[in-house]
Design a protein around this ligand. Structure first.
Ligand SMILES: O=C(O)CCC(=O)C(=O)O
Ligand SMILES: [Fe+2]
Length: 583
């Protein structure tokens, strides 16, 4: 980003001033030339504009509401005075740094800043800044979402103050002369068109639910550790028929749900109605995703809408089955790591690349809205995803949008990886179907449909992954998750012994066999090339520093991974790890 100076002619400038101005023009031009405009008139730091293919029209979809244009357009502009004059003495900061400083402002300061100049008007309306002030002030009490974060803040403030002032919704004004990859890129990553080519490949195995036997599932999929879609398995679930905005709102009266985003400083508490409203108008690059692990206790009615049917329609996922599914249940409810979630999010929300927690397998059933999945086999990091050598943290683009827009071409190349077993798998899973997510596979998930997408997921340990789970609990203490923030849960240093104790009582043969296999090594390559436990080698750079370095090298914003986990998600810079990462 250029810390630009005034380059237009100035009334009484000295010849030295003129020389300086000329030098500066040359600098700007050089910088612009380095960024060589690509075919879209954008700098190469931005992904090419995707072609609109969902019939909404490029113009509306891609014009920034406050008029920001990609930085490359400055090459065609007569001056960059808007930024120069608008930032005054802070102009040496780049746009990202300006936004970082503004994160320290409260709502009043933000509103006043927006009045000071055209450039700061645009910067001070960055939706994420208003999200953050709202979450800081009202995030833990719940609030009604209204159209945008600025409106939500204003309305909540007026209500809290019992102020009689009339609420006037904010209407963005498009400014001229704003050239910023920071503003434009973030807008692009939140409003990108879903490309047909992203949805074209379907190479995950499928089975029809009425033809899939338990034995076939266990031998052909679970033991081989490969993903599978079971078609039509959940169509008979009451949840599939009943769950929508009004039903969930009615059945969850008085309950609040947590929603988090890797890009938001704090989690937010929403009631269902407010979250559904948010889904209708969310405009952030990385939307808040509702990932709730407590719903079966807070809304048992929702559990009864699928738990019974799961047993009859998907015997291969039956928690109580004799073949030893869900072995963590031996630890006891509340004591075991988190394992069941309701997941709700708007179009373009979803989960960034992660591996599921504690070496567990999972199933995922979309109830409303389809989901696009990309899988990378165990031990093969997806493009743009950089796990640390210890596996305790991972760096990747801050949003799914950014991953799709920036790394798609590299992903396409991976489809032709000469080693077949390293190639990615891809699929769209529709309501009515259920997906088996084998342990150790990287996966990312994108919600494709308008309104709120609703899904259920459950993680489990069975005979097939027990050896790796035992090995994981023994050697990856730092990465054990789903228990640290709950006092009633068994903590990482105790969990292995407890599990072995319980298995010894209930399934001694299974334990013996699994211990034997575990001693030989990992079954799954996800953890194989990482040194087992031992003193953790301290790297000099923190996750944040590495993220920053990566960002500076690639022009990309990054995120240190977050976990499939409630409050532990807050510690994502701390003991986070890719093996239990989520979102
Ligand atoms: O539905 C989603 O966003 C993804 C959930 C997921 O990653 C899982 O179920 O393992
Ligand atoms: Fe997952």
């Amino acid at each position: 980003m250029v810390a630009s100076k005034r380059i237009s002619g100035v009334g009484h400038s000295s010849s030295q001033d003129k020389k300086r101005a000329k030098r500066r023009i040359q600098e700007i031009e050089k910088e612009a030339a380095i960024r060589t405009l690509n075919g879209n008139g954008q700098s190469p730091n931005l992904p090419p504009l995707p072609k609109e293919d969902d019939g909404k029209g490029l113009g509306t979809l891609f014009s920034h509401p406050y008029g920001a244009l990609p930085f490359g357009n400055i090459f065609l502009a007569s001056s960059d005075a808007v930024r120069h004059n608008g930032l005054g003495d802070i102009r040496p900061l780049n746009d990202e740094q300006v936004l970082s400083v503004m994160q320290f402002l409260d709502a009043e300061a933000l509103a006043r800043t927006a009045e000071t100049s055209r450039f700061l008007y645009v910067a001070a309306h960055h939706d994420e800044l208003w999200r953050d002030v709202t979450l800081r002030k009202y995030g833990s009490n719940g609030f009604d979402f209204k159209a945008s974060w600025k409106d939500t803040y204003s309305l909540t403030q007026l209500k809290t103050d019992k102020n009689e002032i009339e609420f006037i919704p904010h209407k963005p004004i498009a400014m001229k002369g704003i050239y910023s990859d920071t503003f434009f890129r973030s807008w692009l990553c939140r409003s990108f068109a879903l490309q047909e080519s992203w949805l074209a490949v379907e190479n995950v195995c499928t089975e029809k639910s009425d033809e899939l036997t338990l034995d076939k599932f266990l031998t052909d999929y679970e033991e081989k550790n490969i993903p599978l879609i079971v078609k039509g398995a959940t169509s008979s679930w009451p949840a599939s028929k009943k769950w929508n905005k009004s039903y969930l709102t009615k059945e969850t009266q008085g309950v609040t749900f947590r929603a988090t985003s890797g890009a938001a400083p704090l989690p937010a508490k929403f009631n269902m109605k407010s979250y559904a409203d948010y889904c209708d108008s969310a405009t952030e690059e990385a939307p808040l995703y509702l990932f709730d692990r407590t719903f079966s206790q807070t809304c048992p009615k929702l559990l009864s809408d699928f738990a019974g049917s799961l047993k009859s329609s998907c015997p291969f996922f039956d928690d109580d089955a004799a073949h030893g599914h869900d072995l963590f249940s031996l630890l006891g409810n509340g004591k075991r790591p988190d394992h069941r979630w309701i997941i709700i999010g708007p179009k373009r929300s979803g989960s960034s690349f992660h591996i599921d927690p504690n070496a567990t397998h999972a199933w995922n059933a979309p109830i409303k809205g389809s989901k696009r999945w990309i899988f990378y086999p165990p031990g093969v990091s997806p493009p743009g995803v950089y796990p640390s050598p210890s596996g305790d943290d991972v760096i990747m683009p801050i949003s799914l949008g950014e991953w799709y827009l920036s790394h798609w071409n590299d992903h396409v190349k991976q489809r032709k990886n000469p080693v077949k077993s390293k190639r990615p798998l891809e699929c769209t899973v529709h309501p009515g179907d259920i997906l088996f997510v084998p342990h150790g596979w990287w996966h990312c998930v994108l919600n494709l449909d308008d309104g709120m997408s609703i899904a259920l997921t459950q993680n489990y340990v069975s005979a097939s992954n027990l050896p790796d789970v035992l090995r994981f609990l023994k050697t990856r203490n730092q990465q054990i998750s789903g228990c640290r923030d709950r006092a009633d849960a068994i903590q990482p240093d105790k969990i292995l012994d407890k599990l072995k104790e319980r298995l010894q009582e209930k399934h001694p043969d299974l334990l013996k066999k699994a211990q034997h296999v575990a001693e030989e090594g990992w079954q799954c390559a996800a953890w194989a090339d990482i040194e087992d436990n031992g003193p953790k080698k301290k790297t000099k750079t923190s996750v944040l520093e590495r993220a920053r370095m990566f960002s500076e090298n690639t022009g990309s914003s990054t995120l240190s991974e977050e976990k499939k986990d409630g409050d532990e998600a807050l510690n994502r810079q701390g003991n986070g790890g890719f093996s239990f990462s989520f979102l």
